[in-house]
Design a protein around this ligand. Structure first.
Ligand code: UDP
Length: 480
């Protein structure tokens, strides 16, 4: 038996996707391969612990906890800038030990690494084993990272000149010029965290290939640009890798999920707008009131995942409200009780796959985008953090698969700005009215329906992503 070592980052968007992909590999290869997923628990929960606890090893798929003790891993938090990289490096000896142990009974064939875990290539090299990256975002963003790595490290360009600028940039994985204000800040600034990020990106070239959670029909332009580049190792578009776990990654109990689905069952097809802003998304009271006003005015049915922001300056996941009335306009719940439902953590896949959902106001996390495309639900973009502004640009301008509420909105997680932009009720309402129109004339809706079919075909037998996974398995086995 040949063993693949998966080293994902334990954030929900990265971990769930990597594990789902591991399962897909095993479904495709019935005899040659087994997989060990090495889990490095982050010192902050980020709502992932329940999910990790629910993981049970099964034949050929093992979950191995290599977490550091709490004290050691919390110590890394003292240095905010280097935290992630110190934390990952802190696990190297455990990875080495694990590979040494399994080498007694099986042979390690490849490391499949999260994009942030490239320092583990050193360990793979010690065992003379090839490494691959599992890139949980899209091909356009991969191109953006590689492009900026070249600008910074090879052309010595000071990219911080693009911070807070509207300059239009030419990037090989984009058809259109890309405004600098949708490029994540950490790709542009010159802080230590950015330098470490690009040191990691530079090491992509030391791998045998990059596995991307996208599919050819969705991102043909960007994928072609990557394939054409001599700088990029072989790429494998294998998406959409979506977890069809109906319970929202174990955070919703079955009663909650049932009550939500029962409510959706009572609504007409394509009539409900779903609002959900990812694992970290939340808003302050003023913004919540604008959203509420927009929902009430536009009159669409709605299902809104509304969660409380952590205290200013504290890095944590949003929590549940005990009483929604404390943040909503007076009387809102009573006035909208026939058309709307407010929930905490959402069983998102179960919701997006329900026929009553007609539109999705999303923070544009890549998993959410793939889920929405896979179920044919048009998105209204409202990015908050990470590469989501760029994802919104990709969806609205490059692919024509989403309506824009905002593309350059940035959430103020670190509490740096006293004056956070507030998106007005009028802006939100205008977009909601465009989003949930039944008319076949609606170009975005039409395109999303077409992409839904392509998304299904891509993962079916002989589809583009299906073939790409087959090729990867063949390459991994041949590389041994
Ligand atoms: N998710 C969910 N319920 C929620 C919020 C998020 O089930 O209330 C899931 C969502 O379906 C997706 C993942 O969590 O699979 C979020 O990943 P994404 O890349 O969209 O955003 P992130 O949370 O990483 O920013």
């Amino acid at each position: 038996m040949k063993e693949l070592i998966f080293i994902p980052l334990a954030g929900i968007g990265h971990l769930v996707s990597a594990i789902e992909f591991a399962k897909q590999i095993l479904n495709r290869d019935e005899k040659n391969l087994s997989i060990s997923v090495l889990i490095m628990k982050l010192p902050l929960d980020f709502g992932v612990q329940n999910f990790i606890q629910s993981l049970t090893s099964q034949p050929r798929l093992k979950f191995i906890d290599i977490s550091l003790d709490e004290q050691t891993s919390s110590r890394f938090l003292n240095n905010h800038e280097t935290f992630l990289y110190d934390f990952i490096d802190g696990h190297k000896s455990y990875v080495r030990e694990y590979v040494q142990n399994i080498s007694k009974t099986s042979s390690c064939s490849a490391f499949i690494l999260d994009m942030f875990c490239t320092s583990m290539i050193d360990i793979a090299n010690e065992f003379n084993v090839p490494s691959y990256i599992y890139f949980a975002s899209n091909a356009a963003f991969l191109g953006l990272c590689l492009h900026f790595e070249t600008l910074r490290n090879e052309q010595n360009l000071d990219t911080s000149k693009y911070l807070n600028s509207n300059e239009a940039l030419s990037i090989p994985t984009f058809k259109n010029l890309c405004p600098a204000n949708v490029v994540p800040e950490h790709l542009l600034d010159s802080r230590l965290a950015s330098t470490l990020f690009f040191d990691g990106i530079r090491r992509f070239k030391d791998t045998k290939g990059i596995i991307i959670n996208t599919f050819f029909e969705l991102e043909s332009f960007s994928l072609q640009a990557l394939s054409d580049s001599k700088m990029v190792p072989k790429i494998y578009p294998v998406g959409p890798v979506v977890s069809f776990e109906k319970s929202g990654h174990c955070r919703n109990n079955s009663t909650e999920t049932e009550s939500i689905i029962k409510w959706l069952d009572e609504q007409q097809d394509s009539s409900v707008v779903f609002l959900c802003f990812g694992s970290m998304g939340s808003f302050e009271a003023e913004q919540i009131r604008e959203i509420a006003t927009a929902l009430e005015h536009c009159g669409h049915r709605f299902l809104w995942s509304l969660r409380r922001s952590p205290p200013k300056g504290k890095t944590d996941i949003p929590s549940s409200y005990n009483n929604y009335e404390e943040v909503l306009p007076q009387g809102f719940l009573e006035r909208t009780k026939e058309i709307g439902k407010i929930i905490g953590w959402a069983p998102q896949v179960a919701i997006l796959s329900h026929p009553s959902i007609g539109g999705f106001v999303s923070h544009c996390g890549w998993n959410s985008i793939l889920e929405s495309v896979h179920f044919g639900v048009p998105i209204a973009t409202w990015p908050l953090y990470a590469e989501q502004q760029m994802n919104a640009f990709l969806m609205v301008k490059e692919l024509g698969l989403a309506e824009e509420i905002k593309m350059d909105y940035v959430a103020d997680f670190e509490g740096k700005n006293n004056q956070v932009d507030v998106v007005s009720a009028e802006e939100i309402e205008g977009c909601l009215l465009r989003l949930v129109v039944k008319s076949e004339e609606n170009e975005v809706r039409k395109k999303v329906k077409e992409m839904k079919e392509k998304s299904r075909v891509a993962i079916e037998e002989c589809g583009s992503s299906y073939n790409s996974i087959g090729l990867l398995i063949k390459d991994v086995i041949t590389n041994i």
